[in-house]
Structure formats: C-alpha cells, structure tokens
Design a protein around this ligand. Structure first.
Ligand code: PAF
Length: 280
C-alpha cells in the first residue's frame, strides 16, 4: 500500500496507473475507520483494478467546532485496517495541503440541501461539497463509494457530480450495523457507559416505523418514533423525517412516492448519531 501526503505525487502516481489502463475506485473518509468503511474498500476492490482511500478530517464541514476537535483521529490503526483490506493507495493530506487558501465557494443544492442535516447543521453540506469536489479533482476516480448511513450526503454528492458534469459513478453501499442494530459510525467510539448499548433504540425505532408504515400516517409515525426513542433516558431526537428517496421532499402519505426513507438524528450526551431506513 502506498501512502501519499501531497497532491502532486498522488496525481503523478494515479496518472501513471491510469495510462496503464487501470480503473480507479475511491473511498473518501475522515478516518476513525470501522468495518463499514472497510466494506466500501472491499466493494471498490471488486469493481476496480486500483482502490484509493483518503483520510482527511475536513474542518469546513463541521458547523460545531467542538465536534471537529473531538472527532476521533486514529491514523495508525486506520492505515493498518486499509492495508489489511488490500487498499492500494491512501491519500492523507494535511489541512494546508487541501486548503492553502480558504475556499469560499458556495454550492446550491436547492431544497435538498436545506432539509434534515442541512437544516440542523448549517453550512455542513457546503463544506462536504467543497472537500469532495477537491478530492474528486485530485483522484479523478471512475467510481466513488459512499455509505448509505449518510443518506442525504449521498444524494447531495450525486447532485454535486451532476452539477460539475463529472464522469464518476456513485456507488451507495449498505449500512453495517453493530449487534444491537446501531449503525456503524466513527462517532460510536465517543459513546460512553451504557450509551452504546442503549443506542440500539434508534434502529429498533426505525424498524418499528417501517412495520407500521402501511397503516399509520407519517405525522403519527414520527411522533410515535420520537416518543419511543426519548423513552430511553438521555436520548433526544433532533429530527425524524419521512422523505421521498429521490427528492428528499417530506412525504405525507406513503403513496406520495415510490421509494420512501425514514431518517433520524438523535443526540445522546455530546454525541450526535444519524441513521435511516427505507420503509417503502
Ligand atoms: O462521510 C464522510 O466521512 C465525509 O463527509 C466525506 C465524504 C469523507 C467528506 O469529508
């Protein structure tokens, strides 16, 4: 596995590989890797001759500075995991390498960027778009691998790629879960005491909503879900939204669109967890 910290040598190596006919699969990450990330690397390896991963904790996508400072950083074990998974190239740039000057671009994703995470984390998706556009420009992959846990992020990045006319296929991969159903996330390592065990309530509730979806209206499903999660002491719902999978528009009745997804953001202590489940 080759590790590059600077843009120029990464580009030079990838140019060489591309000129030999290799296809490139790319897994962008912020490190603190878990099995979910590794499943993206494994998928990329199956579908491309070269797999590239990046590790960069992107400051511009954190609306909460405390969250940025406390974001887990585990470079050594991340590199071990990537090596074990057979990743070919890792790009681990410094903040200065990515942002030699502040990037002041503003992206517009319409309503899609203003709901759910967009509403509760102002500026978050603009920061994601800034860094992903830079990473895609550097790596120039054929295929980009993203986890479905960040459902809205996948929709936003697909839209970004469309807006920038990039010839990149987005492969959205299933969420991996812990034994209690908790979606795997780098933030899970920040859960303390019994929080991690209790956090299973989030997925349990999404499954409950799915079960009831055919016979209960969206508003009642949301208020049931909120009550169910907040029945666990220390868990507070930031939002539960039931949306159309393609547009992220709020759904009132299940018949409003063909594919419906329930998305939730929940806070426990200082940790904010998100999850989602397709319910139709
Ligand atoms: O999902 C993430 O880890 C990040 O948002 C991403 C896509 C690597 C951009 O920083």
């Amino acid at each position: 596995m080759q590790i590059f910290e600077d843009i120029l040598s990464t580009q030079k190596r990838l140019l060489e590989l591309r000129s030999k006919g290799h296809t490139i699969g790319f897994v962008p990450t912020m490190g603190a890797l878990h099995k979910g990330h590794i499943s993206l690397v494994e998928r990329a390896k199956k579908e491309n001759s070269i797999t590239v991963a990046s590790i960069f904790v992107n400051p511009t996508q954190f609306n909460d500075k405390g969250d940025y400072t406390k974001y887990p950083r585990t470079l050594e074990s991340d590199l071990k995991m990537l090596n074990g998974a057979g990743c070919d190239i890792v790009f681990t740039p410094s903040e200065k390498e990515i942002y030699p000057n502040p990037d002041t671009r503003t992206f517009d994703f319409g309503e899609m960027g203003n709901v759910m995470e967009g509403k509760h984390r102002p500026g978050h998706f603009n920061g994601v778009a800034i860094v992903v556009s830079k990473l895609l420009d550097i790596i120039k992959p054929d295929k980009l691998y993203l986890g479905q846990k960040d459902f809205q992020q996948v929709a936003i990045i697909k839209e970004l790629i469309k807006q920038l006319h990039l010839p990149i296929a987005v492969i959205s991969c299933p969420t991996l879960r812990e034994q209690n159903g908790l979606a795997m996330s780098s933030r899970n390592t920040r859960l303390i005491g019994t929080q991690r065990e209790k956090a299973g309530i989030i997925y349990e509730t999404l499954c409950g909503i799915k079960e009831k979806a055919a016979s209960v209206n969206a508003e009642d499903l949301i208020s049931w879900g909120k009550k169910n999660i907040e029945g666990v002491i220390g868990f507070n719902v930031e939002y539960i939204d039931i949306v159309c999978a393609n547009t992220l528009k709020t759904v009132n009745a299940m018949s409003d669109c063909d594919e419906v997804v329930v998305c939730a953001a929940v806070k426990t202590g200082e940790v904010r967890l998100i999850d989602n489940l397709q319910i139709k």
